[in-house]
Write a protein of this length. Structure first.
Length: 228
């Protein structure tokens, strides 16, 4: 039982709003959140020439788990978990997708003696396919431990009704997109099992076209959700 800080951040392969790629800027943004674990989406790995999972792990001092979801022109794009602790095991749920494959990476992690499952995903832009992906996540994510599901859902809070059958989300989460004058809440953090989502908040950054979303999660308790 304990409180952990979970961030989710679509980093757009570390490309800032002015078009420059800076891994140090992404790492500094994560440092602002003081997160214990993070779900990063739109992460690239291009052989040994550009290994963003390794670069970001080195800059943050966190343990990485990269799940390559699709490949184009020799470039893997996927979801990256970063944990300030240890990753015990992992699996992947294939979520399909019409034009572009999507997936959810799931890991059992331990942070400061607190053990839980962390799942990270980036869902499709197609609303009908996304609804099917919501259902698949509800049906297939494990329930043996407290579970935190986070990522870029490409969905407004009103679309999350299927996920709410199992997960608790903030009722009025802050907007995360675009990072300049954000007006859309596309990135979300939900909890399931003996866990409570205490608070969610964003942090200002120009390191991507999204803002990072940080959730304070109490593992082992249930409580109300606040957003700031």
């Amino acid at each position: 039982m304990g409180e952990v800080r979970i961030a989710t951040y679509n980093i757009r392969h570390a490309q800032g709003i002015e078009g420059l790629i800076s891994h140090k800027r992404v790492a500094r943004t994560l440092a602002l959140t003081r997160c214990d674990a993070a779900v990063l989406t739109e992460v690239w790995r291009v052989g040994t020439r550009l290994d963003q999972p390794a670069l970001l792990a080195g800059l943050t001092g966190m343990e990485p788990l990269f799940s390559a979801v699709h490949r184009s022109l020799g470039r893997d794009t996927g979801n990256l978990l970063l944990v300030r602790g240890r990753i015990i095991d992992s699996a992947e749920i294939d979520l399909g997708g019409r034009a572009e494959r999507r997936a959810c990476v799931v890991a059992e992690v331990e942070v400061a003696g607190t053990r839980f499952r962390l799942a990270g995903t980036h869902l499709t832009l197609d609303r009908r396919t996304r609804a099917a992906q919501f259902r698949q996540l509800v049906d297939e994510l494990p329930d043996d431990l407290p579970l935190v599901l986070a990522g870029d859902f490409n969905a407004a809070p009103a679309e999350l009704e299927v996920l709410r059958e199992r997960f608790t989300f903030a009722e009025n989460p802050p907007s995360t997109f675009p990072s300049v004058l954000p007006f859309r809440a596309l990135d979300h953090i939900g909890v399931s099992g003996p866990a409570s989502l205490l608070e969610v908040e964003t942090y200002p950054s120009l390191a991507s076209d999204h803002l990072p979303l940080l959730g304070r999660v109490e593992i082992g308790l249930r409580d109300s959700v606040n957003s700031t």
